[in-house]
Structures are given as structure tokens and as C-alpha cells.
Ligand binder design. Structure first.
Ligand code: GDP
Length: 315
């Protein structure tokens, strides 16, 4: 295990991001890791404000995530959903009984005018996690997925209700033009020694973070310290829609394609050894290693290897 004095900022979505963030949290002191979280798949349901990606990272860091799914709480139950169904509601979004407490509190505090940043910090403290989980913005931001079959869908409708079956024509982020990067995120990016794009869905989890005005520029200003971990293993996504939707959008799901997608932002790319390219990937240092994280040991090993390697890429 490498104990380093680097300040690391990780851009993370949900399940894939949380896996690497977990590893990082085991090898870095708490004051040297800040996670910038995606809020564009936040949505409202029955008056509740739900932040799926923030919650996945938060539950993972606090050690209370459901290990089988990667999201939700370990040992949760579904009685509230059963009751909703009894009332004839179409309970398409899985909300666990204990999970509900998080959404209730968040919604209650938002209604009192408290920012999502402060609320997330309170929830993290409540769960006993000392790490900084920073929503990229406190302003509304929503992923819209334009599909061939159903037209424009809110993200959760595409993802959960339609189980990402529709063909994607375009993805955009409602509210991105007005959204403001928070001061905490600006400060974390400005003072980072290493910025890691986690192996999250590039289009649905990382792009909405980059879409908030100022974030891309803040990262561009820090060239020399920015790396991404590919979410692809053996030429496809480990789970979720990335390897279906990215080709639908004309994007290549190869290390080269990833580098093109994040053009101008990366100095290094971590790719799985199964994705070794015949031609070298140009424009970034490459670390070839096992990136599939099935166990906690895998997550910690990958975090360790990345931190050690990142010392050699500074240009
Ligand atoms: P979501 O918002 O819950 O879908 O989570 P993310 O966007 O953070 O993560 C989804 C991405 O994580 C997918 O594209 C997966 O391919 C990737 N992913 C999941 N597990 C792993 C893993 O163990 N290794 C790598 N390299 N990528 C992973």
C-alpha cells in the first residue's frame, strides 16, 4: 500500500466510479481525497429529491452499500414499494425502505434552503464517512436522452423504466448553461495534485460534470495531472449502457476513442490489459493493468497502482 501526500480529486458517477473511489479511500488519508459527483441523474419522485450517483458513492464510502447491486443499502427491504403497488402505483424506481430516509432528509433540507453540497456533507457525517463528496453544482441539472423510439426521455425513464433499450440519438443536459460549479469543486480542482476520471460512463456520468460551466476550463488549466480510467474491459462496458449507447452516438469504445472523447483533457489513460492496442495510443501516457474490480482487494490494488504510476506521467 502506498501512502502518499498527493491531493487527489476523483470525478465519479455511480457504481463504476464508486468502486475506484472505494479503493482510493483505503489508500489515501481522508483530507487528501475529494470526489466530484454527478448530479444530472437526480430526479424528483413523490416530492422526494433523489440523487442516485451521490448516494451510491456515499453508501460505498460509508461501507453500507448493497454489495450485490453496488447501489442501494445492504439489507434494505421494499415494504414501502409494496404498499405503493397496492395503491395501484407503478413502482418502477426501486426505493428501499431505509434508503428512503436519505431522500426524505435531503428533500426536507433542500426545502429549507440548504444547499446540496451542505446536505451531502451532513449525510456523509451522519454515516461516519470523513471524505469530501462534492456535488459538481448546487443548481438543477438533468440528463435528457433523445431516443429514436420514444423521443426525449428523462434520464431515469430511459435508464430504469425503459432499461436502456431505446436507441440513443443525442444526450444533453438541461440546465447546464445556467448551472454554476460550486466553490468547493473549484477549490478542489485548483489545488489537486492528481485528477482522476473514474471508470464511469463517459457520456452519462462524466460528461454532465464537464458540462457545468467552468469545470472543463478548470481541468484544462491543470494539464499534466489528469488521467482517466477506462470503463471498458475486453472492448465492452462491465455493466450498463455505455457499450450500447456510445456506438449509437457514433463514439468508439476503444482507448483511442476514449482519448478522443476526452480530447484536450487527459495526460494519462489507464486501460485494461485485455484492451491492449495493436498500435500505441498517442497523446497520453498509458498504463495497462487489470481494471476489473470484483473484490475490495481489486479496488484497492487498482487505486494503489494508479497512484504509483501517476507520479511518472507529469509532463
Ligand atoms: P452508474 O451511474 O451507476 O451507471 O455508474 P458509473 O457511470 O459510475 O459506472 C458505469 C460504468 O462503470 C460502466 O460503463 C462500466 O463499464 C464501468 N465499470 C463498472 N465496474 C467496473 C470495473 O470493475 N472496472 C472498470 N474498468 N469499469 C467498470
Amino acid at each position: 500500500m502506498v501512502l502518499t501526500s498527493k491531493k487527489v480529486v476523483a470525478l465519479a458517477g455511480g457504481v463504476g466510479g464508486a468502486k475506484l473511489v472505494y479503493g482510493l479511500s483505503k489508500v489515501l488519508p481522508f483530507d487528501q481525497l475529494a470526489i466530484v459527483g454527478n448530479v444530472a441523474d437526480d430526479f424528483g419522485l413523490y416530492g422526494l429529491h433523489i440523487s442516485p450517483d451521490l448516494d451510491t458513492v456515499m453508501y460505498t464510502l460509508a461501507g453500507v452499500a448493497n454489495p450485490a447491486t453496488g447501489w442501494g443499502l445492504a439489507g434494505d427491504s421494499w415494504q414501502m414499494l409494496d404498499m405503493l403497488s397496492r395503491y395501484g402505483e407503478d413502482a418502477w424506481f426501486r426505493l428501499g425502505d431505509r434508503d428512503l430516509a436519505t431522500h426524505l432528509l435531503r428533500s426536507h433540507w433542500l426545502a429549507e434552503g440548504i444547499t446540496l453540497t451542505e446536505i451531502t456533507a451532513r449525510l456523509m457525517r451522519g454515516l461516519g464517512s470523513p471524505f469530501r463528496l462534492l456535488p459538481v453544482t448546487d443548481d438543477p441539472l438533468s440528463t435528457i436522452v433523445d431516443t429514436v423510439e420514444h423521443g426525449a426521455l428523462d434520464f431515469q425513464e430511459y435508464f430504469v423504466r425503459h432499461r436502456w433499450l431505446p436507441t440513443v440519438k443525442k444526450v444533453w443536459f438541461r440546465g447546464a448553461e445556467q448551472a454554476r460549479m460550486t466553490g468547493a469543486v473549484a477549490e478542489a480542482l485548483r489545488t489537486a495534485d492528481l485528477i482522476i476520471f473514474c471508470p464511469s460512463n463517459p457520456v452519462l456520468s462524466i460528461q454532465p460534470v464537464l458540462a457545468v460551466p467552468g469545470v472543463r476550463e478548470a481541468i484544462e488549466r491543470r494539464r499534466g495531472i489528469c488521467i482517466a480510467v477506462s470503463p471498458f474491459v475486453g472492448g465492452k462496458a462491465v455493466k450498463g449502457p455505455a457499450s450500447k449507447m456510445m456506438p449509437e452516438l457514433g463514439l468508439e469504445i476503444t482507448p483511442r476513442g476514449l482519448l478522443q472523447y476526452y480530447a484536450g483533457l487527459l495526460d494519462g489513460l489507464v486501460i485494461d490489459e485485455s484492451d491492449q492496442q495493436e498500435r500505441p495510443v498517442e497523446g497520453a501516457a498509458v498504463l495497462l493493468t487489470k481494471t476489473l474490480m470484483q473484490t475490495d482487494e481489486d479496488k484497492i490494488r487498482l487505486a494503489d497502482v494508479i497512484l504509483e504510476w501517476s507520479g511518472s506521467i507529469r509532463g
